[in-house]
Design a protein around this ligand. Structure first.
Ligand SMILES: C[S@@+](CC[C@H](N)C(=O)[O-])C[C@H]1O[C@@H](n2cnc3c(N)ncnc32)[C@H](O)[C@@H]1O
Length: 334
């Protein structure tokens, strides 16, 4: 849905520290304020329920760094719309796709909230399967998107909230739905197939030279570290995109030369238990940011090389079902 530009202007604070977006550093200080402080007043309270939100400062830094005011920014797995909300606050226009009607509705409501508080960009949310991106995105967006900022779902081991009760500590809100179209329910190979498919669609939306920023956090499965970032780079190559940068977004604060970790209960608990077993675990306090570029005419020397180059390509998983045309309206989702 597209909203008219608002008259009222009562800006909420930018989630980055002043000037962060101007620095060409590969380590982004994106957690100088914790997630709650970054979202306070800027996001609707109902958005808290989403199990895997991006830190607003990650989206804001990417948008400031790779786009200009008036550009179109998109997120094919937009959740409650962090990318879109930061984009409209920064004077960019925004397009989001989200499969779950609950989150799509909240993303649309979040954009409206941002505009009531002074955001000048316009935003639109489509509820549907992002693997069908060229079919479900507005035709007017084709070849026009300057930047895509997105974070894939990794499943319940990384996402969720905890609550202490009489029966001990309980995890909740750690799954998106029980619908198999949601990529959160897939194993690694199918997840990568879905990501590849979505990136193929992203390439169709991007303008020449347009950028994709994907967050990918390594995670542990049965004590093994799963190198999702390298696999996502391979997915990007399979989709015809060129890896150009690999950055680190800190999930810990920087205090001089110290990192101030803000781990979840389960991260801390799992790490302590592993250490008690004699396994040398450390907390993971960053997300990898994989930066890919749409180069319809290949041949630049700035592509990532050496160890970051991936030899293989992930397979593309078959589609489960086509996105229903009647889902393509975020307004019905709220
Ligand atoms: C890690 S979350 C993204 C959160 C988002 N960056 C935010 O800050 O709210 C991944 C999102 O992808 C959505 N998703 C999963 N499979 C999808 C699909 N096939 N098409 C569109 N969205 C999908 C999930 O429902 C989830 O909201």
């Amino acid at each position: 849905m597209t909203e008219p530009r608002p008259r009222q202007a009562a800006p909420t604070p930018h989630p980055c520290e002043p000037g962060d977006g101007d620095l060409r550093l590969s380590v982004w200080p994106t957690a100088q304020r914790d997630a709650r402080a970054q979202r306070a007043g800027r996001y609707l309270p109902a958005a808290t329920a989403h199990p895997g939100k991006m830190l607003p400062a990650i989206a804001a830094t990417a948008i400031s760094r790779y786009t200009q005011p008036g550009d179109l920014v998109a997120d094919p797995m937009c959740g409650i719309g962090t990318t879109l909300i930061e984009a409209v606050h920064l004077g960019r226009d925004a397009l989001g796709v989200e499969y779950e009607p609950r989150w799509a509705g909240l993303a649309a409501a979040g954009i409206a909230h941002a505009r009531r508080h002074g955001a000048t960009g316009t935003g639109e949310v489509v509820c549907g399967d992002a693997r069908q991106l060229p079919a479900i995105a507005p035709a007017s967006a084709r070849g026009k998107v300057a930047l895509i900022v997105t974070s894939p779902p990794y499943g319940p081991s990384v996402h969720g909230h905890v609550r202490a009760g009489a029966q001990g500590v309980r995890k909740f809100n750690n799954r998106y739905s029980h619908d198999p179209v949601n990529l959160a329910h897939h194993g690694l190979d199918a997840l990568l197939g879905g990501i590849t498919r979505i990136l193929v669609g992203c390439a169709a939306l991007l303008r020449p030279g347009g950028i994709v920023v994907i967050t990918a956090r390594p995670w542990r499965h049965r004590s093994e570290l799963v190198d999702l970032p390298s696999a996502v780079i391979a997915a990007g190559r399979a989709a015809g995109l060129t890896p150009v940068e690999r950055c680190v977004a800190l999930l810990a604060g920087l205090d001089g030369d110290r990192l101030v970790a803000r781990p979840s209960f389960f991260q801390l608990d799992n790490t302590r238990k592993a250490r008690a077993r004699g396994e040398p675990w450390h907390l993971i306090v960053h997300e990898d940011l994989l930066v890919l570029q749409h180069r319809p005419f290949p041949g630049s020397s700035s592509e990532l090389k050496g160890p970051q180059r991936e030899p293989g390509h992930p397979s593309v998983a078959p589609l489960h079902r086509r996105a229903a045309a009647d889902q393509a309206d975020g307004t019905r989702a709220a």
